[in-house]
Design a protein around this ligand. Sequence first.
Ligand SMILES: Nc1ncnc2c1ncn2[C@@H]1O[C@H](COP(=O)(O)OP(=O)(O)OP(=O)(O)O)[C@@H](O)[C@H]1O
Ligand SMILES: [Mg+2]
Length: 617
Amino acid sequence: MKLKKTAASNSFNYIWLLRKIFPYIKPCLNRILINFLIALPLGLLDGVSAFAIKPYIDCAINENDFKFQIFGRNFVLTGLEITYILPIGIVLFATFQGILRYLNSYISSWTSRKITNNIKSDLYEQLIHMHPKFFDENSSGIIVSRYINDPNTASNGIIEQLKTMITSLFGSIGLIAVMLYSSAKLAIIGIFVLCAAFIPVLLLRKRIKDASNKNMIINGNIIGHINQTHGGNKVIASYSIQHKQKYDFNEEIQKAFNINMSLTKRTAWMSPLMHLIASFGIAIVLWYGTFLVNSNQITTGSFASFIASLLLLYKPVKTLGNTMTNMQKIFVALGRVFELFGLESEINEIKNPVTLSDLNHSIKFCNVVFEYDNNRPVLKNINLEIKKGETVAIVGSSGSGKSTLVNLLPRFYDIKSGSITIDDVDIRNITLNSLRNNIAMVFQDNFLFSKSIKENILLAKPDASDDELFLAIHSANLFDVISNLPDGIDTIISERGLTLSGGERQRIAIARAILKNAPIVILDEATSALDNKSEAMVQKAMANLMKDKTVFIIAHRLSTIQNADRIIVLEDGRIIETGCHNELTKVGNSRYRMLYEMQFQNIKTLSRNPLADEFTK
Ligand SMILES: Nc1ncnc2c1ncn2[C@@H]1O[C@H](COP(=O)(O)OP(=O)(O)OP(=O)(O)O)[C@@H](O)[C@H]1O
Ligand SMILES: [Mg+2]
């Protein structure tokens, strides 16, 4: 499920888009309607100023009376009265328009931000429930680009553009009405030219979509590049590859530049073309209008009013053109956003899942076959039964599938065939939450959140009492770490836990697992970053806590697992040996004995070195 591959195929399927966005618009419908009602007079008021020119020129300047009817009653204003009333009226109108404009901006900003937040929140909800393979397949950059940038572009823009569109549309309608009132003949020419000016906008859709999709991918790569600069800063520095990184970065931003320039090259002619068409319109109108005035078919005031409307019309029409182009960009982003909602986690629950409350008898792996990529099995026909309370160690060379095997139990990945059962219930029939609540995991590279140490440990059990927290910290041998930190247990860990040493991070993760107090414990190289002294202390504490627990332990350092009830040797995805330490070391040519002797040899070699004292302590 590569995000790069699903991009905006439904963007111009307006019904589909409307159906998708409607649930988000619905709660804000009142506000949106009010805003449209405000936009209506706001647009129309433009026409009022143009309309006022006619009586001003015909009556105030030429000193005629201005007669008009309101609800069937006749009114007369003298030229002098008009001279005072009209300018004051225009200022009052502008004030009124200003207030409406403020309200309009405020409400539209409120609604669009609310809609964006709701969409982002739902997208995030969907993202955190995605299966791990989704995160294996999609880079962090693409995820930021699709889950943050697209919704920003899409929903922030849509209401804003709709607001502008409505204001401009009503503005245009108001001005066109004034034009029609001033002179129908001239107005028809004007309207015809306007319609012609819009044709180019419709030709741009596909180009905008292609460019926007390419931009999304490149922006994702650029964000990914920055993320990698952050995460890999020491590797970059130690290999002095800053120039290579910069070269790659420049290549990406150059690609973005080229795409945008190519789009500009192909679309920037639209605005000048619209200007050109409009200038033809103005030229024809000027010529024909002069003729109509000279032949007394219309008054000078009407002509002035018409010209003012035509010139005022230019702005809303241009805005409408831009809005239509922007709307296409928004549709493309919206299409991509709503496609994300179509993605589903591959790790699903069945209809009526069972809740797992505890482990009572055993965990069984039956003919388990697993592959990350099709036709490349990583685990081949695994059969294994672990009794409650048993400690099973998994050893084997790097890449043999040890981590993969234990990752199947909390269903980070689903198996291809066979079954994994807990107390004879297939784990696929158990609720994901209850399954995972029964498993405490500690990994080699433990992720810590940029929160305080206390919060990181409490993730396992937010309502833990102080005594429980104290016990977990004590058992994980964390006190010396905490006492050296400025704010003790409330010290905030920097992003990805980088201000702590590897061993310190592992001990926090161990404390977290201890606090979780789950019946099944998985330790994947959990103590590899601890020195021998800390490991011995942590192991002693963990031994107490692992009592009566069912434990899977993966460790390269075989001294760690000698006391396991059973040791499983995994090679190339198959279990090749099973037995306890004594049984396996007795078999002359066992793989385990070979691994063990190799490590023992290393220790003997080291013991001729003064540092070995520290190592073997
Ligand atoms: N997320 C993944 N996507 C695709 N292949 C993977 C993934 N994780 C591991 N693999 C592959 O699966 C195989 C088993 O990996 P696994 O991590 O289980 O090995 P391991 O025995 O834990 O090794 P190590 O001792 O180095 O931790 C390897 O060939 C590895 O390349
Ligand atoms: Mg591993």
